[in-house]
Design a protein around this ligand. Structure first.
Ligand code: OOB
Length: 546
């Protein structure tokens, strides 16, 4: 058993009685991700683990590469529990990097390719990261320039490691140490393994500490629910670092099952469909807007998608109407996935009646996932009524990293996570997502915290006050609209959006629309009424739309 002194400070954990229960139930098995890969290399050595572009790595190769790279990270001076911000597109190297860090016990912080100086600078600073792993360029963007900007501001950041042309930094491939050195103290399964990022509703994203024990349980159980085995071929079309394609059951679930992961650099049908045909992909995961694009593109029938057995859709609410079209258009089963990086994941099951699959967002993974649906005073609502979703369980965190004050609000005193989602439970015990209480915009699965964007807007001299709200959208589900009270004459909307880009905010957080207003409508207690602002939008005609 590890003691508090062994642990990374600032990571709340489960009370000992809960931990004991989760171990006794067989959820937490004391296995680390490093060990999982070693075991698969033994049992499935020559089978293909990863396909990316022209690269094809077997389990044996992935295992060896991770070992050599772990030794390379170690030789640089990266130590167990050091934080390493990983920001890679869907390339094979993503896996050797994360497994090398897992083996070493260093902690990846999973950034998304869309993040820019504002987010990356914050992750590096807040976690006191010692290293940052990037690709040279992706999607027309040079990550080395971003790294230079961040390194100038963050003194702890000693190493920038680059997949591809390193420019002024170190090439990842210069790090392979052959033969690998024996690492002294392998991490423990109840240690934090990495940090996921919260979609959040606050000024800055929160970091989510996940342990090997808890995450591996969710991966193992997800692989089983989704019927994965060594014949499974998973197309990773969403950003690999996101919780959905990483673990629900995602790439890690496929590795657990001994199957093959195919990496798609882009999620568009032009890239994904030829890969499905060539690699005989059996399973993939999408957010609702992409599922819609794929269904439209599949009508042309230019590619053979007959190997596809299941499409998972999650990250945002899929309309019942779109859900019904999946099987007729793509010729495969649909699975709805309602999950969160903080833990709880719900799936519709493969043998569920069609009606349950198209009208609900599934039920929890674990019999020990505790789900409560409550009113504003934390009282249980009547069965079938809509309320706030609270949850606690063997793979749901008990608190964010170094966020005591925020944790006191986001968790109940008995450890339930306040998801901020409004749900109702069906008689079968399935969840239907009815809305959201948190101050966030779900832009087609990409989460935008209103307060984060508002704070950036407030930094502009012509902005007196700002309120960011969701604007209903037929394609993305929601877009963002910023209501701005100008200081003096209103600037052009494009001046403000350009300002946010210059501040290094990820593109998906830039408001889609800007409305100038003299004063904000208020609630009874004098707070800004975002409800009234949203209502105003449905009445107003579009203006200043990007
Ligand atoms: C996934 O994780 P996050 O952390 O990016 O976002 C979590 C939030 C949920 O609290 C909910 O508001 C929303 O995204 N959400 C859905 C949904 N799936 C997620 N809202 C409605 N319907 C759904 N099916 O998005 C995530 C993590 C693991 C698996 C799948 C998605």
């Amino acid at each position: 058993m590890s003691t508090a002194a062994d642990r990374l400070p600032g990571c709340p954990t489960w009370p000992e009685d809960f931990a004991a229960r989760y171990r006794a139930a067989g959820y937490w098995r004391g296995e680390t991700f490093g060990q999982l890969l070693r075991e698969r290399a033994r049992s499935h050595g020559p089978r293909t683990a990863v396909v990316a572009g022209n690269q094809r790595w077997t389990y044996q190769e992935l295992d060896e590469r991770a070992d050599r790279l772990a030794a390379g990270f170690h030789a640089l001076g990266i130590l167990p529990r050091d934080r390493v911000v990983v920001q890679l597109p869907n390339v094979a190297e993503f896996f050797e990097v994360i497994f090398a860090l897992f083996r070493l016990g260093a902690l990846p912080v999973f950034a998304l390719p869309a993040h820019r100086a504002s987010e990356i600078g914050y992750f590096c600073e807040f976690t006191e990261a010692v290293a940052y792993v990037i690709a040279d360029r992706f999607g027309g963007f040079d990550y080395r320039a971003l790294a230079q900007q961040v390194q100038a501001k963050v003194p702890t950041l000693k190493h920038v490691l680059v997949v591809g042309d390193p420019g002024p930094f170190t090439a990842l491939k210069a790090l392979y140490v052959t033969p690998p050195t024996e690492l002294s103290a392998p991490p423990r399964a109840d240690d934090v393994a990495f940090f996921q990022l919260s979609g959040g509703s606050t000024g800055v994203p929160k970091l989510i500490p996940r342990t090997h024990d808890d995450y591996l349980y969710s991966v193992r159980a997800s692989a089983e629910i989704c019927g994965l085995d060594e014949t499974s071929v998973y197309l990773c079309a969403l950003p690999a670092a996101h919780n959905f394609p990483l673990s629900s059951p995602g790439t890690l679930g496929v590795f657990h099952a001994g199957g093959t992961v195919v990496m798609a650099l882009h999620s568009s049908p032009d890239v994904a469909f030829p890969l499905i045909e060539r690699e005989r992909v059996t399973l993939t995961a999408l957010v609702p807007p992409l599922a819609m694009i794929w269904m439209d593109a599949a009508k042309a029938r230019r590619h053979d998608l007959s190997s596809l057995r299941m499409l998972q859709v999650g990250g945002a609410r899929l309309s019942d109407e779109a859900a019904r079209r999946v099987r007729p258009t793509l010729g495969c089963a649909l699975q709805q996935v309602f999950g969160m990086a903080e833990g709880l994941v719900n799936y519709t099951r493969l043998d569920d009646p069609e009606e349950l699959i198209v009208t609900t967002q599934g039920r929890p993974i674990s019999p020990d996932d505790e789900v409560r649906v409550v009113d504003d005073e934390d009282r249980e609502v009547a069965p079938g009524e809509t309320g706030h979703l609270l949850t606690r369980g063997p793979y749901t965190i008990r608190g964010y990293y170094k966020a005591e004050a925020h944790n006191a609000r986001s968790f109940t005193s008995d450890g339930f996570y306040r998801t901020g989602d409004l749900v109702r439970l069906t008689p079968e015990g399935y969840l239907v997502v009815e809305g959201r209480a948190k101050d966030q915009i779900n832009r087609g699965g990409e989460k935008v915290a209103a307060e984060e964007v508002e704070n950036h807007l407030l930094a502009h001299p012509s902005v007196h006050d700002a309120a960011v709200v969701a604007l209903p959208d037929p394609f993305l589900g929601e877009r963002t609209c910023a209501f701005v009270i100008p200081r003096g004459a209103p600037p052009a909307a494009t001046v403000l959006t350009a300002f946010l880009r210059e501040r290094g905010l990820a593109a998906f957080k830039i408001p889609d629309r800007v409305e100038f207003i003299d004063a904000f409508p208020q609630t009874g207690v004098g707070k800004v009424s975002k409800k009234a602002l949203r209502e105003a939008l449905t009445r107003a005609s579009p203006s200043n739309t990007r």
